[in-house]
Design a protein around this ligand. Structure first.
Ligand SMILES: [Zn+2]
Length: 85
């Protein structure tokens, strides 16, 4: 079980959240990208080892979106939101 620190609700079980994906995936230029690269952008989620900045939606709580840094190896939250996000 992973506890995610919501700036409004405190530490809550991950089952209350919906994963929103990694932050920073650059959207390719739709006029210049190949079909294969576009499909890859839409369907492939990067999953590197180590700290990753991610978006999470507190769907079964306050309804706010959070940005956290999570280590994908240990699932430790290495940087918490400050509520200004
Ligand atoms: Zn919340």
């Amino acid at each position: 079980m992973m506890l995610i620190p919501c700036p409004f609700c405190g530490k809550r079980n991950e089952s209350e959240f919906v994963y929103g994906g990694p932050v920073g995936a650059a959207r390719p230029d739709t006029n210049a990208v190949s079909d294969a690269d576009w499909v890859e952008y839409l369907t492939i989620t990067p999953n590197p080892m180590g700290p990753v900045q991610e978006r999470w939606w507190h769907a079964r709580g306050c309804g706010e979106w959070l940005t956290i840094w999570r280590d994908t190896v240990t699932h430790d939250i290495v940087e918490v939101p400050d509520g200004s996000d």
